[in-house]
Design a protein around this ligand. Structure first.
Ligand code: NDP
Length: 394
């Protein structure tokens, strides 16, 4: 029986993964090793009971009593905290979903690779912050990383059977989010509720705001570079409001392979779950006559500076991705808390990168995970200081 673990089981990707596992036979078809979450322990315990998991882990120490209570009598082991999360990652499983949100997902994924697993990688921050280390670790332990981001799953699928040295360019699509056509003046007043109201995708709160600001697409540009190894100038972003085409790959003979599908993450998750086979996935089938039109437009660099910042990060290399992501996470925290305007997020990230660049800290290639974690820590504190200054100026 195939064994699985889901890190970030209680989130949007985690729920979709759970849904697919249940539809494919649940506990009768898969042996569930570990399920993890953070604050939503009630749901975590329900999922663990349904899949008869060996262990359920909450990242939050203070949630352990509630998790224990919810699992009482089930025989499922309950644990909490960072060390428990890493211990869960040390437990071998054939297939592991990495769907914790943010840089917090990096270490568990890295640890899981050590037992040569197949890692279904939704946590894009892992590649943005530590791409070369992660890919090297997978090679070292004979592990497989499968991209779960819809654009990267699309590129992966379009490249199947192709010669990668014959690829001219890769185009990843962006819906443009809720503010695609908003003028700058209106974007100054954006609220959290408006930012999370994504027109096409149903996602967690943080990635929804990142989609609205295009920081999500900025992370995905870097992710494309790190996962597939294409040069930054080969990777393009196009706004495609319908989110039907997820990515396109252009070859040296002028041919372009496009991947189309509904805006439902269960396709990319299901692809990774069944890979290298193709299995039934219960997503809506495209009705092209009803869709009728596919539109495209260039992203606006003025209103969405995150894409330019991502290009600068790719040019700098080294630890710039770790700094970029950490500063972005701090900026996002401040926007969610109502302390920073929507358009202030990119300014804060740019400010933080400029300060670290002045200290010549960004270009150094990381030798080990500790280098990435210490840059993550440093960039967070620089971004916090920049945010505090911005607040006092207000
Ligand atoms: P959610 O916010 O919906 O879920 C995040 C999960 O991580 C939850 O299980 C949450 O627990 C847990 N979590 C939160 N903080 C921590 C922490 N510090 N340590 C450990 N666990 C934590 O996120 P999404 O599912 O939307 O996204 C997950 C990842 O997948 C992200 O990296 C995102 O960029 C990526 N992704 C998401 C897509 C989507 O459609 N949602 C599409 C493509 C990529 P709890 O809820 O119990 O507090």
């Amino acid at each position: 029986m195939r064994s699985i673990s889901i890190f970030g089981a209680t989130g949007s990707i985690g729920e979709s993964t759970f849904d697919l596992i249940c539809r494919a036979g649940g506990a009768d078809a898969y042996r569930t090793v570990a399920l993890t979450g953070a604050r939503n322990v009630k749901r975590l315990a329900e999922m663990a009971r349904t899949l008869r998991a060996e262990i359920a882990v909450t990242a939050e120490e203070d949630c352990l009593p509630a998790l224990r209570e919810a699992l009482a009598g089930s025989g499922i082991h309950a644990a909490a905290g960072r060390a428990a999360l890493l211990e869960a990652a040390d437990r071998p499983a054939d297939w592991i979903m990495s769907a914790i949100v943010g840089a917090a997902g990096l270490e568990p994924g890295m640890r899981a690779l050590r037992h040569g697993t197949t890692l279904a990688l939704a946590n894009k921050e892992s590649l943005v912050t530590a791409g070369p280390l992660l890919m090297a670790e997978a090679r070292r332990f004979g592990a497989t990383i499968l991209p779960v981001d819809s654009e990267h799953s699309a590129v992966f699928q379009a490249l199947t059977g192709e010669q990668t040295d014959k690829v001219e360019r890769v185009i990843i699509t962006a819906s443009g989010g809720p503010f695609r056509d908003w003028p700058m003046e209106r974007m100054r007043e954006v609220t959290l509720a408006q930012a999370v109201a994504h027109p096409n995708w149903s996602m967690g709160q943080r990635i929804s705001v990142d989609s609205a600001s295009m920081f999500n697409k900025a992370l995905e540009l870097i992710e494309t570079r790190e996962y597939f190894g294409f040069a930054p100038e080969q990777i393009e972003v196009i706004v495609h409001p319908q989110s039907i085409i997820h990515a396109l790959v252009g070859f040296c003979d002028g041919g372009v392979m496009a991947h189309l599908g509904p805006a439902d993450m269960r396709h990319a998750i299901g692809f990774a779950l069944h890979w290298p086979d193709r299995g039934e996935v219960p997503v809506e089938r495209l009705d092209l006559a009803r869709i009728a039109q596919l539109q495209f437009q260039a992203p606006d660099p003025e209103r969405f500076p995150a894409l330019r910042l991502a290009r600068e990060v790719m040019e700098t290399g080294g630890l710039a991705g770790a700094a970029f992501n950490a500063a972005k996470e701090v900026a996002l925290d401040h926007f969610i808390a109502g302390k920073l305007p929507f358009l202030g997020m990119s300014g804060l990230v740019e400010d933080c990168l400029a300060r670290l660049s002045d200290e010549n800290r960004l270009g150094n290639a990381p030798d080990a995970l500790e280098d990435v974690l210490s840059m993550d820590h440093l960039a967070r504190s620089v971004a916090q200081q920049a945010a505090a200054k911005a607040l006092t100026r207000k």
